[in-house]
Design a protein around this ligand. Structure first.
Ligand code: XMP
Length: 321
């Protein structure tokens, strides 16, 4: 029978068997999946685990600081923080194709983990990499029976072919709601367990067009306002996820301040879902949408239009890329 205790015991035993007395690293993203995967591995092999948090420059406002403080405080896990923004943004410069972005990001993550692993290793090599891969990530990357590749999740279809790590993926058969239950059982704080999903490739796949620092900055400011107003309205738990997408190559005419503007649209993409395999667009109250729209166009000068995505999944996916 499925109980969180059973799953934890089973996975802990498996991890111990796979890893033995070797050292392990875990890529921590700040999200639920990698947090729970790390907590499981920590329970199994304790200080043989070092978590690596890669700041790829594609995070939302405040995220890096949050991981550095909260996760270590909650778990006591060893954490190494790597500032890899130049590396990722350099590799992504000029790239507009969604799958290409995903492959580049998947590859760069591994390259950064390789460097970190060499620095962490106290003897020999670190052979094992923990990832918080879930069942839907595998299916949507074309890894399931009879499935098409919808998009290459950075941690599955986006991995480089010359991957030298053996993967430890204790959540690979699970859905998000199960992972959240495990997280609570493992003693992770509610705020961490109930965080909205955020994709590993980060804001790179929420900028439609090429990614650069200026565009990231615009999107970060708009995204922060949307998240702040959703929370202020007490609606965090009513939506599964609330991407904000910047249509960086689109411009439209508006009137802002003293005159004409020619700015970019952002798309609000609040969705409701059970497992991210299907989703409905969330029917957020109009006054919340209105507040977000007014604040974004007032506070983010580069954005002069806010639009609402009213597409379910299918036919849309949750993320735009
Ligand atoms: P889609 O856009 O396929 O997204 O409907 C389904 C869920 O997966 C998240 N997502 C990702 N998560 N790496 C991740 O860690 C990825 O490459 C990736 N792509 C999509 C997305 O945010 C949603 O929760």
């Amino acid at each position: 029978t499925w109980t969180p205790e059973n799953i934890i015991d089973e996975q802990v035993a498996r991890i111990r068997e796979q890893v033995g007395d070797k050292e392990v690293i875990c890529g921590l993203s700040g999200g639920v999946d990698s947090a729970v995967a790390a907590a499981l591995v920590h329970r199994a092999v304790g200080d043989q685990l070092t978590c690596v948090f890669v700041d790829h420059g594609l995070l939302r406002a405040g995220e890096a600081e949050q991981v550095e403080k909260d996760y270590v405080a909650a778990t006591g896990i060893k954490l190494k923080v790597v500032d890899a923004a130049d590396r990722f943004l350099g590799a992504l410069a000029g790239v507009t194709d969604p799958e290409q972005k995903r492959k580049i990001i998947g590859r760069e993550f591994i390259r950064v983990f390789e460097v970190a692993a060499r620095e962490i290793a106290s003897h020999g090599d670190v052979e094992f990499l923990v990832q918080g891969t879930l069942y839907p990530d595998v299916v949507e990357s074309g890894g399931g029976p009879g499935t098409a590749n919808i998009k290459s999740h950075h941690n599955v279809g986006g991995l480089p072919e010359d991957l030298k790590f053996a993967l430890v993926e204790p959540l690979r058969a699970l859905f998000k709601d199960e992972v959240r239950t495990l997280g609570l059982q493992l003693g992770l704080p509610e705020a961490m367990v109930w965080r909205h999903p955020f994709p590993g490739p980060g804001l790179a796949i929420r900028i439609i067009g090429a990614v650069d620092r200026e565009r990231l900055d615009v999107l970060r400011r708009a995204d922060f306002i949307a998240r702040q107003e959703l929370s202020a309205a007490g609606l965090d738990r009513d939506v599964w996820q609330f991407p904000v997408v910047l249509l960086a190559d689109v411009r439209s005419v508006g009137v802002q301040g003293d005159g004409r503007s020619y700015g970019h649209p952002v798309v609000l993409r609040p969705v409701s879902s059970e497992d991210a395999m299907t989703a409905e667009w969330s029917r957020l109250p109009y006054d919340v949408i209105a507040r977000i729209s007014t604040r974004i166009t007032n506070e983010v000068a580069e954005v002069n239009r806010v639009v609402l995505d009213v597409t379910s999944k299918p036919p849309g996916t949750i993320e735009w890329e």
